[in-house]
Design a protein around this ligand. Structure first.
Ligand code: MN
Length: 193
């Protein structure tokens, strides 16, 4: 059984204002994540997944259509916990040196991330991942997650409408800009490298 308290927010719910409101986190964290967790618990009850770690559930359920609902809910628990850990207002802006292998600097990274994030159609995420010793920006649809593709996540933005709609409505590009310029916790990214 999974519980929301296993995946605490690493800050108070008003800590991301003015870029993400407490109101948004009241829904996004308390309601949406809680629903993924309670759905996951119901779906794995009495199955071979029941006592597995979240990571194992995600990998094992990713291969078959029959376990698609389990995958979707488990991946969403992981994706949200990861996303919330990527955020911090007033974090340092030190671009991790290792990333210079594939980006010329923070400006190059930000420009590429912005173009890809603005190209997302429908619900999904944009990630910075490590794959085969390369750092790259990728997008995933719906609940899909880098872990299911042998990629190590380093950073992500949640671009489902529930992530920004209360604060930005149709202005998704503004949310993306604020994420890139004000919300990335580079210390967290560095810790994933
Ligand atoms: Mn979300």
């Amino acid at each position: 059984m999974f519980e929301l308290s296993q995946y605490p927010l690493p800050y108070k719910k008003n800590a991301l204002e003015p870029y993400i409101s407490e109101n948004t986190l009241n829904f996004h964290y308390d309601k949406h994540v809680e629903t993924y967790i309670s759905n996951l618990n119901k779906l794995i009850k009495g199955t071979a997944f029941e006592n597995e770690s979240l990571k194992k559930i995600i990998i094992k359920s990713s291969h078959s259509k029959e376990t698609r609902s389990i995958f979707n809910n488990a991946a969403q628990v992981f994706n949200h916990n990861f996303f919330f850990n990527c955020l911090k207002v007033g974090a340092n802006t030190n671009f991790p040196r290792k990333l210079l292998a594939n980006f010329t600097g923070i400006e190059d990274f930000s420009n590429q991330f912005k173009v890809i994030a603005n190209s997302v159609f429908g619900s999904g995420y944009v990630w910075l991942v490590a794959e085969a010793r390369e750092y790259k920006i990728i997008k995933t649809s719906n609940a899909d997650t880098p872990m299911a593709h042998n990629q190590t996540p380093l950073l992500c933005i949640d671009l489902w409408e529930h992530s920004y709609y209360l604060d930005y409505q149709n202005k998704r590009a503004e949310f993306i800009d604020n994420f890139i310029n004000h919300l990335i916790n580079w210390e967290f990214v560095e810790s994933c490298l």
